[in-house]
Design a protein around this ligand. Sequence first.
Ligand SMILES: Nc1nc2c(ncn2[C@@H]2O[C@H](COP(=O)(O)OP(=O)(O)O)[C@@H](O)[C@H]2O)c(=O)[nH]1
Ligand SMILES: [Mg+2]
Length: 416
Amino acid sequence: MPHPDRLAAILAGERTALARAISMLENDARGAAALRAALRGRCGRAHVLGITGAPGAGKSTLIGALLGAFLGRGLKVAVAAVDPSSPVSGGALLGDRIRMGSHAGHENCFIRSLSARGQLGGLSASTGAVVDLLDAAGFDTVIVETVGAGQSEVDLARLADTRVVLCPPGLGDEVQALKAGILELADLLVVSKADHPLAGRTAAELRDMLALRRHGGAHPGAGTWQPRVLEVDAAAGTGLEALLEAIEEHRRAIGCGRRLQAREAEADTADTAALCARLAARDPFVTSLGGEFAGARPGAAEVALAIRAQHLNFNGTCHGGVIFALADTAFGLASNSRGRLAAGIDAHVTYHSAVHEGERLLARAREISRSRKLAVYRVDVERADGTLVAAFTGTVFITGAHPAGEGTSSRSAGGA
Ligand SMILES: Nc1nc2c(ncn2[C@@H]2O[C@H](COP(=O)(O)OP(=O)(O)O)[C@@H](O)[C@H]2O)c(=O)[nH]1
Ligand SMILES: [Mg+2]
C-alpha cells in the first residue's frame, strides 16, 4: 500500500504526485506493484481516447486542438504520449510541448511523454498502469498518442475505448497496406491536414475500404458501431466539431473501461492454457507430426516443432505442408482459446525461407479481429533466432459454445 498521503495526492490529481508515480510505474521501481494494486478498483470512469498514426501524420497537432475543445467544455484531460522519437528529454517532445503547448499550463490538463522502452512505437507494459493512474486521479478523458507500428496497434486496441487512426492525405498505395493492420482497430479514421489537395481522395479511398470490410462483416467486437471516416484540419480547426461529436457518440455507444474488461479476460489465461493443452493433446494429427503445445492466452497460442527427417520433402528441406500444418495448428488453438468452438473457413500462407533438418520452429498465432461470427488470426512461424519462416493468416467462423466439459468460465466466452 502506498503511503496514504501520497495516494491521496494522486487521487486528488496533484501534478508532482502524478509525475512521481508515473516515473515509479515506468521504472517498475519499489512500490510500483503496491501502487498498481491500490489503483485497481479506483478506475473505470475515464474515457480513454487512443490516437495512432505514422510519425508526422499530425497526431500531436490534433491532440492540441482536441485539448482546447475538451478543456473549453470544463473537462479534465490527461495526455500520455508514447513515441520512440520523443525521449523524455529530447527535442521531439519539445516540439510536442509547442503543439499541445498552450494548454500545458492549464490546471485541468496534464501532459506526459512515456518511454516506448525500445519497442517500435510499442506500448510498454507500464502504459496500462499509467492510464489507470490518470483515470483514478479523476481525469475525464485520457488521451494516449502512439506511433502506429506493429504491436502497438494491437496494444492500443485493447487499451483505448475509442480508437482514432490518423491518416495523412495522399497515402495512395499505402492505403492497401493500412488495410492489414490499422484499419481493423479504427473506430474513427481521420484524414489529417484536410487543407491538403489530396485529403478528399484519401478519405474516399478509406470509405471504399470500409465498405468492403463491412461487406466481409469483420470489425473487432465493437458491437453495432460502424467505423467512420472524417476529415480534419487541426491547424485551422475545420472538421474538429464533427470529430468531437463522433468521439462522444462512440463513447456513448461503447462506454469506458475496455482495458479493464480485457484484463479480466486475461485472468482466464491459466484456464485457456489448460484448455488448449488438452485440445492439442487430443489431436492425433498434431501428435503424429510431433507438434508441442507451447502456451496460450485468450486469442493467442504457440506451437513448436523440431524438424526431423520425416518432415522433409524430396529436396531435403522441410515440406511446406508441415509448416502449414504447424501454423494451422496454432491458428486452430488460438481461435478456440476463448472456450468457443470456431471452424476455419479460410487460410493463406506465404513462405519466406527454407528450413532444414534439426531446426526448431515456433508458430505464434494471435487474434487480429473478432466479431460475433468471424475472427481473423495471424500466425508467424519463426526459428529460435526470430527469423521468419512463414506468415499465415486465417479466418474462422464462430459456431457456438464448447461441448460440456470443455468450456472455460463464462467470463471468457464473450469475445473481444
Ligand atoms: N496544414 C496542416 N498541417 C498540419 C496539420 N496537422 C499537423 N500538421 C503539420 O504536420 C507536421 C507533423 O505534425 P505532428 O502533429 O507533430 O505529427 P505527429 O508526429 O503525428 O504527432 C507538423 O509540421 C504540423 O504542423 C493540419 O491539420 N494542417
Ligand atoms: Mg507526436
